[in-house]
Design a protein around this ligand. Structure first.
Ligand code: RIB
Ligand code: CA
Length: 320
């Protein structure tokens, strides 16, 4: 059955991969892109979302989200990873399309209330828009079908962080928002570094995307040159890890992932700010900040070859 999603995103090179993957796969009905600061400033990221909509004739709405975190001091845009323009500094013309008049979090609330039980929220940037939606309309927790999040790092396979030794970027950008979203009473699955660092788009794989996926493949190849240069310099690898597309892969085919169940909390201050911790053993403690919080899913392993096949097959079919 086709799944209706709202994709909350900070476009972003791997965000563009995820957006076009969602648009391409027939099992997903992409209702809207809601934007958030993160990889780029909010104006730039929103422009990028509109650019994709226009260039690839997408029918989804675009709603502009918030420009900064709930409480913490803002972290600067990730220009070293995604370029000044968020798309690897290739030429991006300003689109003529415009955004929905509502702010992103209100767009989410309205859409979820109009189709209770039908919409999956997929978030691949900082979780501020989702937290704002929960603050304004806490009743939506019972109306959302599912929440799928790219973010966090729980230490499986030794993956503990990327922007700090113990924090992943999306959660580090707004740890307070992440803690609100993880502890809300709605079904969350977190697709974090535990699995996204276990799937790899090699340089050769991206060449195949370029050669077999038409204009979309060429675009993804063009924007990923900057990204691959960052990975080469920072990590000495010839390719990139599969962050945001992994969240879309989970929506399409959850059987690609093994998940672990238990409540999740986020460290909101201090040197481990942004660290994500899941309590997955039923131990008893006098003090327990996880007690009485809803159990959520954390992805702990992935069938990476099947994920890569799913992405390539989806993009290839889309280009025909
Ligand atoms: O840590 C990876 C995440 O941070 C991805 O969502 C990437 O786009 C950035 O937002
Ligand atoms: Ca992202």
């Amino acid at each position: 059955m086709t799944k209706k999603i709202i994709l909350d995103t900070d476009p972003g090179i791997d965000d563009a991969m995820a957006i076009l993957f969602a648009e391409a796969n027939p099992n997903i009905d992409l209702i809207a892109l809601t934007t958030v600061y993160g990889n780029a400033e909010i104006e730039t990221g929103t422009r990028n979302a509109l650019y994709l909509k226009q260039r690839f004739n997408m029918t989804c709405d675009v709603a502009k989200g918030t420009s900064g975190p709930l409480q913490r001091d803002p972290v600067e845009a990730s220009v070293a990873v995604h370029g000044q323009n968020g798309f690897g500094d290739i030429d991006i013309e300003d689109p003529s399309l415009t955004v929905d008049p509502r702010p992103a979090h209100r767009y989410m609330i309205d859409a979820v209330k109009a189709a209770p039980g039908e919409i999956t929220l997929v978030a691949v940037g900082p979780l501020t828009n989702l937290a704002l939606a929960l603050q304004e309309a806490p009743e939506v927790t019972s109306m959302v079908k599912e929440v799928v999040i790219m973010g966090g790092a729980f230490g499986t396979h030794g993956h503990t962080g990327n922007v700090t030794p113990f924090a992943e970027a999306n959660i580090h950008d707004d740890p307070h928002a992440a803690d609100v979203v993880f502890t809300a009473d709605w079904p969350v699955t977190v697709v974090g570094l535990d699995v996204t660092h276990e799937a790899f788009f090699s340089s050769e794989y991206l060449d195949t995307v370029r050669d077999t996926c038409g204009d979309t493949g060429q675009f993804l190849w063009d924007i990923s040159r900057f990204y691959l240069a960052f990975y080469k310099e920072r990590m000495g690898v010839n390719g990139c890890f599969v962050h945001d597309p992994s969240a879309i892969a989970y929506v399409i085919d959850p059987s690609l992932f093994e998940v672990r169940n238990g409540p999740i909390r986020v460290v909101c201050e201090g040197p481990a700010e942004g660290m994500t911790l899941q309590k997955y053993r039923d131990t008893k403690h006098k003090t327990d900040a996880w007690k009485d919080k809803p159990a959520q899913n954390v992805a702990i392993s992935v069938n990476d070859n099947a994920l890569l096949d799913l992405f390539l097959d989806s993009m290839t079919a889309y280009s025909k």
